[in-house]
Design a binder for this molecule. Structure first.
Ligand SMILES: *Cc1c(COP(=O)(O)O)cnc(C)c1O
Length: 438
């Protein structure tokens, strides 16, 4: 399968190149040339299939031409070593719990898949070390670092905004050592993202070392996220609740919801989608006005969604040929202040007993406000509430238990490299540091 750039000025790439390069030469995002509809028989029996088998069917539609069946199956089954269950929260409202992976957030799925696919390609061609650069507003860093930890031939650099991620999040990528280097940038998430994007564009740096991105712009990270939407549909179908399904996704860089929209294009019978935002309401404003106006990001309680210029908007725009009408007929939006997020956590807990994290709280609230008669809603719970323990406990009055695998990270020692937001500093660092950590 070929992948074209959303900017249409770079040559099409094969999967290997799209995964290793991450971003196309013209700074566009790669899109698969074909999105194959899955056959009706698949949807007829999907409720009887296990998660991994559903996921393999979806993976095969995208990657089957480029990865042999045995290897692809192995990659999918290894990636999904944990479940993504659908849990009832109240009448007609269900949550798709995406926090059962190693770092307790949905990004584990994409990160684990990408690490395994990249290893598959590196093994094919041998020798040269690949350096993964990843900018994180919180959870990407931990998912990618843990997904790649100890994988031969790959070194990971995690760039994160100083003082803007929680202690627990920070511990998940600064305590690992081995092939993971954490870089603490004196700036905001967008500065981290800009450093990464500039690194890919810098000819000298790219001659010096092989760079790749693991942000949600990478096709190997965002596409596998479609797996759990198919599975959610299957589980809802088994309950007899799949007829008028509304899916609500708490969104930041919009990779997760884009994967759901790809699923929809493949025939997944979801009636409509809701993108729930925090105060970073660029997409919400786009839906209302038809104008996409990126802004500097604002810090909020749902910090993994603090994105002022969501990269994957380019993919959504491309998927619907830039038609505001098509986009708004399928996707609606919502945007919440911190106060409203706290209120959603509190009300959700008091009326249902379910403990939401600040991101899931946006999803729950948006779904509850938009759900119509006869519809059933599923919102993504994108992180475990324990990752935002203080915030959640203050809002709900409930005690949040910390799962053992999360507590384990907190015991490690923080190791990180301080960095300015000036690209020249970052480049200098990579040129020297990478030479001695090759
Ligand atoms: C990354 C993240 C989001 C936003 O996902 P996008 O794919 O960037 O839209 C939402 N919630 C949590 C907990 C996250 O880590």
């Amino acid at each position: 399968m070929k992948y074209y750039s959303t900017n249409k000025k770079a040559p099409a790439a094969d999967l290997h190149k799209a995964v290793v390069k991450g971003l196309a030469e013209d700074r566009g995002l790669y899109m698969p040339e074909h999105i194959k509809p899955l056959p009706e028989v698949f949807f007829d029996r999907i409720d009887k299939m296990p998660f991994q088998e559903i996921a393999y069917t979806v993976a095969d539609a995208f990657f089957g031409e480029d990865v042999d069946a045995g290897s692809l199956k192995q990659i999918v089954y290894d990636t999904l070593s944990f479940d993504c269950p659908v849990v009832k929260v109240e009448e007609d409202i269900y949550t798709l719990e995406l926090f059962h992976g190693p770092t307790l957030a949905f990004k584990d799925v994409g990160a684990r898949f990408m690490a395994r696919l990249l290893r598959y390609f590196i093994r094919q061609e041998g020798k040269e070390q690949v350096n993964v650069l990843v900018a994180t507003s919180g959870d990407t860093g931990s998912a990618v670092a843990n997904g790649f930890l100890g994988v031969d031939g790959i070194h990971v650099y995690v760039l994160y905004p100083k003082g803007k991620v929680s202690k627990i999040q920070e511990s998940q990528f600064t305590t690992l050592g081995k092939n993971i280097t954490a870089i603490e940038v004196d700036g905001v998430f967008d500065d981290c993202q800009a450093l990464v994007k500039n690194a890919f564009m810098d000819k000298e740096l790219n001659r010096h070392m092989k760079l790749t991105s693991a942000n949600s712009i990478n096709v190997a990270r965002f596409l596998p996220q479609a797996f759990y939407y198919f599975n959610a549909y299957a589980r809802m179908k088994a309950l007899g609740k799949a007829d008028n399904l509304v899916v609500c996704v708490p969104s930041g860089n919009f990779g997760n919801i884009t994967a759901a929209l790809f699923g929809h294009r493949m025939g997944l019978p979801i009636k409509r989608f809701i993108a729930a935002n925090n105060a970073n309401d660029i997409f919400y404003k786009y839906l209302l006005t038809g104008k996409y106006e990126p802004k500097a990001s604002i810090q909020t309680l749902a910090n993994a969604m603090d994105v002022g210029d969501p990269s994957n908007f380019a993919r959504i725009y491309d998927l619907y040929n830039g038609s505001h009408e098509k986009i708004t007929s399928l996707i609606s939006g919502a945007a919440y202040t911190d106060e409203q997020i706290r209120e959603a956590m509190m009300k959700g807990y008091l009326s249902t007993g379910y403990i939401l994290d600040p991101h899931g709280a946006c999803g729950y609230r948006a779904l509850k406000e938009a759900l119509e008669e006869g519809e059933t809603g599923v919102f993504c719970e994108t992180a475990h509430p324990a990752k935002f323990k203080e915030t959640v406990e203050a809002a709900t009055g409930a005690e949040v238990e910390v799962p053992a695998r999360l507590a384990e990270f907190m015991k490690g020692t923080k190791q990180s490299v301080p960095m300015t937001k000036d690209f020249e500093d970052f480049k200098q660092f990579l040129m020297t540091y990478a030479s001695c950590h090759g």
